[in-house]
Design a protein around this ligand. Sequence first.
Ligand SMILES: Cc1cc2nc3c(=O)[nH]c(=O)nc-3n(C[C@H](O)[C@H](O)[C@H](O)COP(=O)(O)OP(=O)(O)OC[C@H]3O[C@@H](n4cnc5c(N)ncnc54)[C@H](O)[C@@H]3O)c2cc1C
Length: 463
Amino acid sequence: MGENGDGAPRSAAGADPVVTVVGAGLAGSEAAWQLARAGVRVRLHEMRPVQMTAAHQSDRLAELVCSNSFRSASLDAAVGLLKDEMRRLGSLIMTVADRTQVPAGVALAVDRDRFATQVTEALCACPEIEVIRQEVTAIPDGVTILATGPLTSAALSRALQGLLGQHYLYFYDAIAPIVTADSIDRTVIFSASRYGRGGDDYLNCPMSRDAYYQFVDALLQAQTVPTREFERCVYFEGCMPIEELARRGRDTLAFGPMRPVGLVDPRTGERPFAVVQLRQDNHAGTLYNLVGFQTKMTYPEQRRVLRTIPGLAQAEFVRLGSLHRNTFIDSPRLLLPTLQLRAATSVFVAGQLIGVEGYVESAAAGLLAARNAARVVRGLPVVVPPATTALGSLVHYVTDARRRDFQPMNANYGLFPPIATRERGREKRRALAARAQRDLELWLTRHGAALTAPGADVSAGGA
Ligand SMILES: Cc1cc2nc3c(=O)[nH]c(=O)nc-3n(C[C@H](O)[C@H](O)[C@H](O)COP(=O)(O)OP(=O)(O)OC[C@H]3O[C@@H](n4cnc5c(N)ncnc54)[C@H](O)[C@@H]3O)c2cc1C
């Protein structure tokens, strides 16, 4: 094989482009399928079972490492809309998920064994796909999609650090919760930066002495998620969970992330006993994160305890806090919205490795990377979905070069550009979904058949 101008390997006759996909989890499996459906040959490298990760249990492709839920199936949730978009784009993961679903109310949950088996069979039955059971330890030559996920092997992590620079690859999530701007009670909070430096950039939730100690008690009593064996590590001081800080002493938080120094509530002219600061999280100003509030409280406990914070009684959480082992790259600095590395455009990155969070989001990133990889090897211009779609909003979020302190993100309506409507809550989400569906159709029409996937016929997969 030789190399063409895009770095795409071609056969001696100049035909049959090949793309290498590394990692056959949710993103890599979807990517391989999309490439094969576009008539591109695929070398799909998966290291299991030769080398296992600390979380996977089997040799099957697209194994779900934890929950069997793909979360909400409703358009009221952005992840439901993302599923709808993926179906329109001919997703293998969605086709098999729909075929293997089990009853789960408004969620789409699957029989995990049937799901992984059917994805594996569908991919292995594709004549275009060669599955290679081998750990990849160096960045392959030619057009490549890296989709090795949150538990990328140590050797490939080192190779990635060599390519990207060691400050651009992270190994731990320290996620603070994020709420929608609409759901913050502005009559309770005040806007100010410490000592007036930086204008009114922060929203401050003021707490009295009594409110603060009640909050600390609630934190100390809250249930937390157990730390898995392979996640055990000493937390960096800068990403200590708030409940751990509270355990160090009842005043620790008041001297740490909840310190009130330099902040005066203009309504009382006094400094509160403690504050929770909220910082704008996206350019549109529709999302705010709780500064320094990474936590291992369970999700229901986070909703309960954090809604006791003044101003957050009605908070709508688009992301809850967590701390766990996760390999991901600093996408805002490294990645183009086409999912190509800025420094090496023949290398695409997809899945959790780019800082999206969740099964559906990871698969969706695999889908986009593959569509663009197929376009590169065919000499077509690469494409980016509109920011008004669920896929486009997620990709724009993780690749927004203005973003600092990057942490992984789920699909959520807070990422969407504002829409001119007086509606709130569910009606507003419906309006955002309708705009997304219309814009996706326009985008598909504009880019023609190269983007409109042939239907995901997985009959060869032996459903
Ligand atoms: C412990 C844990 C629990 C999670 N629970 C959930 C959950 O309940 N719900 C949810 O939505 N998300 C969950 N996630 C996040 C989840 O991992 C992602 O949502 C999703 O699996 C990521 O998809 P991916 O394709 O990027 O990575 P993966 O699905 O992990 O796939 C990556 C693949 O690459 C392979 N690989 C790694 N290194 C190499 C190498 N060097 N060479 C070849 N192959 C390699 C791995 O074996 C793996 O098969 C969890 C993550 C972890 C770590």
